[in-house]
Each structure stands twice: as C-alpha cells, then as structure tokens.
Design a protein around this ligand. Structure first.
Ligand code: 5CA
Ligand code: ZN
Length: 409
C-alpha cells in the first residue's frame, strides 16, 4: 500500500537528546539507545471509520517519537499496518450493504488525507493485512509445526503457554486477561481450546466471508495479532525499538503479538519498549467506532478548523493521559495558534536558542508535549511584550515548532 506524503522536517542547530520513554512491559521509564536507524512499529487503523480524535492523538504520540529521533540525527524506520480485513470491518460493510474492500479503501484514503493535513510523518512501509497474507501463512505453519499452535475445527490457535514470557507486556492476572480477551476480539469461552486465552492465528473460511489460500492451513484468513507480527518481523526484525499503539492494545493485541514473535524466533524481547497512548473520550466514554461517540478529523477540517490547531489541541495533553475532548480544548488551541503565529510574524525578536533546548528536553522526557507548549508560550509572551532585535529568532522558533511538534506556523 502507498502511505502519504511527508512534510519536510527542518534541521535544527545542535543535536537533540536521547528519548526516555515509559515502557509498559518493564513498568518504568527507560532510555532508548537505538542504533543509527531507529525502528518503530505502530499499529494502524481498522478502516471502517476514519480518523477520530482518539486515533489522531495516538498517532501524534508516535510522530513525536520520530521527530525526537530525527533531531538526534538518526534515521527512522517506521512501519504501520492497515487491518483491512477483520470482523468489525466485515460486519460494518454487511450492515451498510457495501463492498468491504471499497469501505476499507475509502476509509484508508481518508486516513491518509487526515495524516497529511496533520503533518504526521508517514511510515516507510504501510502494509495491509490482505497483502501480508502470503507472509503470514508460513509463520502460522511454523508455529504449528513447532507445537506452539494447534487446530480446532479447522481454525488454528496459538498456545499462550508456548511463550515463557507470556504476560510480560500487560502484567494482568488470568481473570483480567479473560475479560479483556472477550471484549477485544478473543473467544475465551469457545469449547475445545487448550487455554481460554489462546488467540486465533488462522480462521478457516466461513460461508459468505472472504478467504485466501492458506497452503497447508486450508483456505481462510489471518488472526489479528499475527498480522502485525508478520509485518513487523518482515520489515523490522526482532528487537526493534518501539511497539506502539493506544493503551487498549496492551492486552490482548501487544501481549499476544510479543508471544507470537518470541515463540517463532526463540528471541526475547520482540520490542525494546511497548509504548501506549492514553484513551481520548467524548461525553464521558472512550471514543470508539463501536459506540459511535466520535469527533472526526475530516469533519473538523471540513468545518474550516486549521489542522495545525487540531494538532495543538492533541499536544496540549500528555500522551499517556486519558482525556476528554471538548470544544473548549479546540478553542484554546485556535487561540494559541494565533498568538504563536503573531509572535513569529515579527521581523525580529528575543533570542530563541534556549527555547530549542527546552523543547528538546521536554520531549525527550517521555514526550512531555504540554511542557514543550508551555516553553513556547513563555517565549511568545516575552516576544510580544519585549522589543528584541534578534533577526534569526522568529525563524528559529518556527523551525523548532515545525521540526519537533509538527506544527506549521
Ligand atoms: N487495526 C488495529 C490495530 S492493529 C486497531 O486497533 N485499529 S483501530 O482503528 O481500532 O485503532 C487504531 C489506533 O488508534 C490504535 O492504536 C488504537 O489503540 C488507537 N485508538 C482507538 N481509539 C482510541 C481512543 N479513543 N483514544 C486514543 N487512541 C485510540
Ligand atoms: Zn496491530
């Protein structure tokens, strides 16, 4: 699949700091020390409704990760998937009497437009589940042949007991896992499973549903977790730097994905850090396609909201916080954008070298975007109140805000 065009990232003077980030698996903050090419996998959308503010907030967090790494003069190898075949997508297509491939293509196209408008840097590899199937089948066969997977009425399940590290991402107890598994696409109550938590790797073809040639697995379609593992291992290999997504993916998706990869390769861990963004709510409940309480990025854009203001609204919350979207948050962001633009439109101003370092420090500290905004606010206030004569300052502030926060002034 093609991704979306990259906005240019201006180079800043000096060099950024190494990223310290909260890792769900070790339950603490770690300093990542990627090689010259940092490797990140971020779970992409299931394209039956794109892109709400919750999605945008999560992708904003991982966009900041890339910007911090680029500022340390590293390259970034970024991979993202599109879950373009899965139960919720097929159910929505059936409900609305439309072709599932057309629905997926349309919503993916809209997602690309939204990501472009928000200046989110694109992945180098943007891979759909459907196009990944030829790579998924041999992985499932390998797991089965190694005794880490078993067949049940034609479907193939992964045995969670085959990974000694299972549980090490989410640290949940069995009961909590069981509840979340039932809520998030699993089938803990299906009779015949070795462990209720075992997730499906390959689903045998069902009447009326799309299916693909699965070699020795028979016709069918892939399970959700193996999709991301196949794509990540193909393009990044084991031991990549960050596996990212919203906190609702911690269990089962990222737990199961890590176990699939570790059982396949015998290596540990799949990712050096498992990084999770908080959930954005609307009217007191998590924004979700299934509940329908959504604010769409495309609808805001159509109503004339500047994407840079949407981006500032996202940045005004720490990525790990759960927060609630309100009109007031957007109004504050619009006002901030105006103030910042007025401040950098002056021909000269007060020096900004210290600001560059403050923004760098804030972001390197577990992506503290609110602290970065506060630092820019302080410069803007002084710039408006004081008559400075540094001709390079407004340009440097614009480039800093663009390079590190993805906001074009
Ligand atoms: N296709 C899978 C991942 S492989 C999936 O979860 N798709 S999704 O469309 O449901 O979500 C895409 C990303 O947005 C995920 O990282 C998810 O955790 C995140 N997300 C979904 N809803 C919210 C929300 N309300 N707030 C923050 N992030 C969210
Ligand atoms: Zn995923």
């Amino acid at each position: 699949m093609h991704a979306w065009p990259a906005s240019e990232v201006p180079a800043l003077p000096g060099k950024g700091r190494d990223l310290q980030i909260h890792d769900t698996a070790t339950q603490g903050t770690i300093t990542l020390d990627p090689g010259p090419v940092a490797r990140i996998y971020v779970c992409g959308i299931t394209p039956y409704d794109a892109t709400h503010i919750g999605h945008a907030a999560t992708y904003n967090a991982f966009d900041l990760v890339q910007r911090v790494w680029l500022d340390t003069k590293r390259q970034v190898h970024y991979v993202q998937n599109v879950t373009d075949v899965d139960d919720p997508l097929l159910e929505r297509a059936l409900r609305d009497g439309q072709d599932w491939t057309e629905l997926a293509e349309r919503e993916t196209a809209l997602f690309r437009e939204d990501m472009t408008a928000l200046r989110m840097l694109p992945p180098q590899h943007y891979i759909g589940a459907v196009e990944a199937i030829p790579g998924i089948v041999p992985l499932v066969e390998r797991l089965r042949d190694a005794g880490a997977a078993y067949e049940l009425e034609g479907d193939v399940y992964f045995s969670v007991e085959s990974d000694p590290h299972f549980g090490g991402v989410s640290h949940l107890d069995a009961e909590a896992m069981r509840l979340l598994s039932a809520e998030r696409g699993g089938d803990p109550d299906r009779p015949g499973k070795k462990n209720p938590l075992d997730p499906m790797l390959w689903m045998a073809a069902r009447p009326g549903e799309p299916s693909w040639d699965g070699g020795s697995l028979g016709r069918g379609r892939p399970g959700w977790h193996i999709e991301c593992v196949a794509i990540a291992l193909d393009h990044l290999g084991m031991g990549f730097d960050i596996q990212g997504g919203g906190s609702d993916l911690t269990f089962p998706h990222h737990e199961m994905g890590a176990s699939h990869a570790q059982a396949l390769t015998g290596e540990f861990p799949m990712a050096k850090a498992y990084v999770h963004a908080g959930m954005v709510a609307l009217h007191g409940e998590k924004m979700s396609k299934s509940k329908g309480n959504l604010v769409f990025v495309s609808a805001l854009r159509r109503s004339g909201v500047d994407p840079a203001a949407i981006r500032l609204a996202l940045l005004s919350h720490h990525y790990r916080a759960d927060w609630e979207w309100t009109d007031e948050i957007l109004a504050d962001a619009v006002a901030r954008l105006e103030r910042w633009r007025a401040a950098v439109s002056r021909p000269d101003g007060i020096p900004a070298d210290a600001l560059v370092e403050e923004v760098r420090e804030a972001l390197a500290n577990d992506l503290d975007a609110p602290a970065a905004l506060a630092a820019v606010d302080r410069w803007v206030e002084r710039q408006i109140a004081t008559d400075g004569d540094d001709e390079s300052a407004p340009g440097l502030v614009s480039r800093t805000v663009d390079a590190l926060l993805g906001v074009a002034l």
